[in-house]
Design a binder for this molecule. Structure first.
Ligand code: SAH
Length: 353
């Protein structure tokens, strides 16, 4: 029996870890349930080759929701005057790390809006304190666009990794969604971070208004070109206090297909099952693990501030204490057939770079 073109292309992606744009678009436009199962199976098998069935846990600390940007989709954009703003102090951040460390986390992800009050010096001071107290942890930053010198100062202070989603690889779409921001600069930051020596995470949202299969193919091709150590892919979820409040947003189904394809394009990447996908569907993160994801990022932000880091509507776990989150997430990972791992969880090929 002749196998269909779509199956042929999925097999080709699995074996060669690359497809051209037309081939990616063809899969995205035509894939149906039966072939999705094969794609997800290939994605999990590929992930297992590098990481077995381990799922790495990262403690997420959202330390400021103050932001100078105006990304149209984001609930903490500067122009949302209804957002209640907060900044954690250094002591509060260290308190989160203390709790996280005692719960077993060995990666802390420090995420914020683009809050320039936290300059390279202040961030470096925080990193040094974390590293002095907990020498065996990895520190990941997710604080947006900075200069080469600032990235270098923070790296020299001990930062290990940096998450900076490119958001979309289409210059035109990027321009529409990010008033006053530069697509070229955002991409350039990723190359700079890599050059400095960070483990770098790129990524994008699924279901942005105006986003086509061609745009998503460009995202996957950009990932192949950049070859990041980490890849964050989640559905866009509209927020009522933003210009995109009436948009539809992304679906779990579309996100899973693109995530699995990203796994096959960059086989050794660390890919989170995002909070956003868990927000759209109760078992969204479990489905993501079964489509090639291998990281989960439970929240360590103090419960009294957590609701304020609201990038999108109905974000899950905003009232849950860190100890509860850890147990809950470990149970979910196990129930989905995977093995939670609290180690640093570096990219397997990082040291060989
Ligand atoms: N200021 C940092 C961190 C941004 S928040 C930076 O610039 O990298 C982390 C990610 O949340 C963003 O990169 C974006 O992809 C995602 N995000 C923002 N608003 C969202 C929304 N409405 N729905 C889903 N994801 C969103």
């Amino acid at each position: 029996m002749q196998i269909g073109l779509i199956r042929y292309l999925i097999d080709k992606l699995y074996n060669a870890n690359i497809l051209d744009k037309d081939e990616i678009v063809y899969i995205l436009k035509n894939i149906k349930d039966e072939n999705k199962e094969i794609l997800f199976d290939y994605a999990v098998k590929t992930c297992e080759r590098y990481y077995k069935r381990k799922v790495y846990l990262r403690g997420l600390i959202e330390f400021s929701n103050i932001c100078m940007r105006n990304c149209l989709y984001c609930g903490i954009r500067a122009e949302n005057s209804n957002a209640e703003r907060y900044r954690l102090s250094k002591d509060e951040i260290l308190e989160c790390c203390k709790e996280g460390y005692s719960l077993g986390y060995r990666t802390f992800v420090l995420q914020s809006g683009e809050d320039m009050w936290f300059d390279a010096e202040k961030i470096s001071d925080i990193i040094k304190s974390i590293k002095a107290l907990y020498p065996d942890v990895a520190v990941t930053l997710s604080i947006g666009e900075r200069t080469y010198d600032e990235y270098k100062i923070m790296f020299d202070a001990g930062a290990d990794r940096f998450l900076l989603r490119h958001e979309t690889a289409s210059e035109e779409l990027y321009g529409k969604l990010h008033p006053g921001a530069s697509f070229i600069n955002r991409k350039n930051c990723l190359y700079i971070l890599k050059e400095i020596g960070y483990q770098v995470g790129a990524g994008f949202m699924i279901g942005l208004p105006g986003q086509t299969e061609e745009h998503l193919a460009d995202d996957l091709i950009f990932l192949k070109e950049l070859y990041p150590h980490m890849i964050g892919i989640g559905p866009f979820i509209p927020h009522s206090e933003t210009p995109l409040c009436n948009e539809k947003g992304g679906t779990v189904e579309d996100t899973l297909v693109v995530l699995a394809m990203a796994r096959l394009m960059v086989p050794d990447a660390l890919i989170p099952a995002t909070t956003a996908i868990g927000t759209l569907k109760k078992n969204g993160r479990e489905l993501a693990l079964n489509a090639g994801a291998n990281v989960v990022m439970p929240n360590l932000t103090p419960v009294n501030q957590r609701a304020k880091y609201d990038l999108y509507e109905n974000k899950i776990c905003i009232g849950d204490e860190p100890a509860h989150c850890r147990v809950c997430i470990e149970n979910r990972i196990r129930a989905a057939g995977f093995e939670p791992d609290l180690g640093r969880g570096d990219n397997v090929n990082f040291l060989k770079d």
